[in-house]
Design a protein around this ligand. Structure first.
Ligand SMILES: [Zn+2]
Length: 148
């Protein structure tokens, strides 16, 4: 939310080495808003996660800003604490995936992000960070991912 992650635009401003384009799509500049929300890859991840939540209409568009989108999704009357945790989980797994691509040479794969969301989400459930209805979200994602 404070745009303090070390994405290419931040590295460039400090004169540090960085890749020229988004590691997910290789078409746009790597900014935090882009890699976590407006990139076609990120929007596909969010469409999958939001559909599993039963809220496909919550998927971000290319015009949304990350902050406005997160605030709009995490407010309102529908279990805001659990939704904020799920948003944080999705953002965290996208961030870890882009780091795996940049640092370890991984390939951008939706299935990998979804499986990581399931595994980390279940760990968060065991730690009581996610409760209630969100468990069914992971079951739907397991069905989508096709294996465990
Ligand atoms: Zn991109």
């Amino acid at each position: 939310m404070r745009n303090r992650c070390w994405t290419s635009d931040q590295l460039d401003r400090r004169g540090l080495p960085h890749q020229d384009a988004c590691p997910f799509c290789d078409q746009e500049e790597e900014t935090l808003d882009h890699i976590l929300q407006t990139c076609v890859f990120a929007r596909t991840v969010w469409r999958t996660l939001c559909s599993a939540l039963g809220k496909p209409q919550w998927s971000p568009t290319a015009q949304d800003t990350l902050k406005e989108w997160c605030v709009a999704r995490a407010s309102g009357a529908h279990k805001p604490k659990e939704l904020r945790a799920l948003l944080t989980l999705g953002l965290w797994e996208l961030w870890k995936h882009i780091n795996a691509i940049v640092l370890d040479g991984a390939s951008p794969l939706l299935e990998v992000v979804v499986r990581c969301v399931i595994a980390e989400g279940r760990a968060w459930q065991q730690a009581s960070l996610l409760k209630g209805e969100v468990g069914s979200t992971f079951e739907l994602l397991v069905g989508w991912a096709g294996s465990e």
